[in-house]
Design a protein around this ligand. Sequence first.
Ligand SMILES: Nc1ncnc2c1ncn2[C@@H]1O[C@H](COP(=O)(O)OP(=O)(O)O)[C@@H](O)[C@H]1O
Ligand SMILES: [Mg+2]
Length: 249
Amino acid sequence: MELQGGVNQLSLIDGVLHRPRHSWSEQVQSFLHHLHRAGLKGVPRPLGFAPDGRERVSYLPGLTLDQSTIKAFYTDRVLISAARFLRQFHDASVDYVELEGHPWFETPLEPAEVICHNDFAPYNCALKKGQVAGLFDFDTASPGPRRWDIAYAVYRFCPLSASPTGSGISINLDEQRRRLHLFCQIYGTNIDLALIRLVCSRLTALVNLMLREAAAGNEAFSSHIAAGHDKLYQADIAYLNQHGEALIN
Ligand SMILES: Nc1ncnc2c1ncn2[C@@H]1O[C@H](COP(=O)(O)OP(=O)(O)O)[C@@H](O)[C@H]1O
Ligand SMILES: [Mg+2]
């Protein structure tokens, strides 16, 4: 069976997912081993590499995001379990000893408190009984500050968008504020203007990545730009600059 993500095409063969191999895949496999040794539940088992070179990981059962399941991903129960999951994932990553000589997708950011997933969003989670029970797609993981990951997580899970175009869900400012507070309270981090600014920096980094990859010939990112995704992120940055105070109070 073939599975299509926003960027990658995966094959499910005898219950094992085959992903394209990249220069960072060895580091990701080693990191997934660490998470399992640390006892974290709900992340793919690293299963090495197939004869054709593709990366192999276990398939996580559960409900994943598509047009028909969007509503199920924006309940308070999902939000709370997402915050808990992110906290447990970060805590489990703290003592990871990196595989020497193998890169990550991104240059590590300082302070490197944890390994950031860097794409912690509904579209990379699997739900069980209405709660986040699985996290996949570790391609973009790399060392960084906890709040770098939190910033993207709240942007996607609350979500903190100006319009429902990106997430497919319509949530007003009051509800965004309430959900932001709930997520941060469960994770255990301050709600302040610095966090809102960090969301903006995170989105700027995302736009820059899209432009860089598209210029280098990456077709997935070129199609995102053709579909106007960069404009949506710019609109969200403007929205957050305008409503930051209202969101944190
Ligand atoms: N380990 C996994 N367990 C269950 N489903 C997965 C797993 N990895 C990927 N998928 C499914 O395949 C889709 C695409 O995979 P993903 O790694 O997220 O690709 P992309 O980088 O393009 O987003 C996901 O959205 C999800 O539905
Ligand atoms: Mg994905």
